[in-house]
Design a protein around this ligand. Structure first.
Ligand code: KG4
Ligand code: ZN
Length: 354
């Protein structure tokens, strides 16, 4: 099973070709994985501008498809399916990817697969590791923070979600307040190295509360107030020591909260494997904390390689392989979806889709 995957839901235009074994077994092979990051186009705005993103996807997508095919050494005729992120995400970008995939599928008479971006993140681990269903998933990205039981493609139960901000957003905001640039996650992680994680006591929303929901807006506010206070005390906000200590304290606080929520999830829905996925899963400190909480609760933490945590085409191609193997292809009249929950019980439009 060889599938081309297109990802255009945010600020990366990404195309990959992935090959998977027959049946339902995990572990595939990445034949190519090309990405054009629009970072430089959005940087001066301090965030992703949807119109700029959509235009940039449109400009790059055809070239990236050609590149992905040539890197993989395959022709369109050699493919078994064409997959694209069908949502959730910035709708202009999603439309560019879906339109491109549909056109290729139609012209070359290949099955089309509309992939939920979150399912892409959720299944990525099986592209590189022999992880069997079911597993517990902590999905942490720029737009999402959820705990789910994953039983297979399209088969998820959400145990908890954030009631306000996503954790990646909180990293991005912290970095912005500290003038560390965008995207904030890697910058905060880098600045935290060598900082004192105990210097600033920050609130841990939802910590030790029952259930698996998250909240980060209080933490975001506390970071802002701490920075303001530092400035008032005439400690320059660009003092590298203060920045390192605040980043380390922030990261430790996020680690405390994520570990606490995962412990509850493992108690509510025991599973042999805890998987962490999404952009924030690239954070090595947080991985370490999750590794500890998994071990303390009789589970094992498995994470995709760092470079497959942030948005990429391989995760969409792999989800395409997983779906294609089950015969779950989509019609060419599939409509891109700005919102698309993974848990069908929470999806008002679930009846429209298998
Ligand atoms: O999954 P992703 O690439 O895009 C979305 O689907 O949102 O996640 C991007 C998010 C951003 O908020 C970024 O700051 C965060 O992941 N991120 C990190 C790290 N690398 C990326 N957060 C913490 N530590 C990192 N090393
Ligand atoms: Zn993502």
């Amino acid at each position: 099973m060889r599938v081309l995957g297109i990802e255009t839901s945010c600020d990366e235009t990404a195309v990959a070709v992935v090959e998977g074994p027959p049946g339902t077994a995990p572990v595939g092979r990445i034949l190519s994985n090309t990405v054009y990051s629009q970072l430089s186009e959005h940087r001066r705005f301090g965030g992703v501008v949807p119109e700029i993103a959509a235009r940039a996807h449109l400009e790059r997508i055809d070239g990236l498809v050609e590149q992905a095919l040539s890197d993989a050494g395959v022709e369109l005729a050699d493919l078994d399916g064409i997959a694209a992120t069908g949502g959730p995400g910035l709708i202009g970008g999603v439309m560019v990817g879906v339109m491109t995939a549909k056109a290729l599928a139609f012209a070359h008479e290949k099955p089309f697969l509309a992939i939920n971006h979150l399912e892409g993140h959720a299944l990525t681990v099986r592209l590189t590791e022999a992880v069997e269903f079911p597993y517990l998933l902590l999905l942490v990205s720029g737009g999402h923070c959820q705990l789910l039981t994953v039983r297979g493609p399209g088969d998820f139960t959400r145990l908890g979600t954030t009631i306000d901000d996503a954790v990646g957003e909180c990293f991005d905001k912290t970095a912005k307040l500290l003038g560390l640039g965008f995207p904030g996650g890697p910058a905060v992680e880098k600045a935290a190295a060598g900082g004192d994680p105990k210097r600033f006591a920050l609130p841990r929303p939802m910590w030790r509360k029952p259930g698996c929901d998250f909240s980060f807006s209080g933490l975001k506010t506390a970071v802002r107030q701490t920075i303001e206070k530092l400035a008032v005390e005439k400690l320059p906000a660009d003092d590298p020591r203060a920045i390192a200590d605040l980043c380390a304290s922030f990261q430790r606080t996020v680690g405390d909260v994520l570990a606490d929520r995962c412990a509850n999830a493992l108690a509510m829905a025991p599973a042999p494997t805890l998987v962490v996925a999404g952009g924030v899963a690239a954070n090595l400190y947080l991985r370490q904390r999750l590794d500890e909480v998994a071990a303390a609760n009789g589970a094992k933490l498995v994470a995709p390689p760092v470079k497959l945590c942030t948005d990429n085409g391989a995760m969409i191609a792999w989800a395409g392989v997983e779906r294609l193997r089950l015969g779950r292809t989509d019609d060419l009249d599939f409509r891109p979806r700005p919102r698309w929950p993974l848990d069908l019980a929470l999806d008002p439009d679930a009846a429209n889709r298998v």
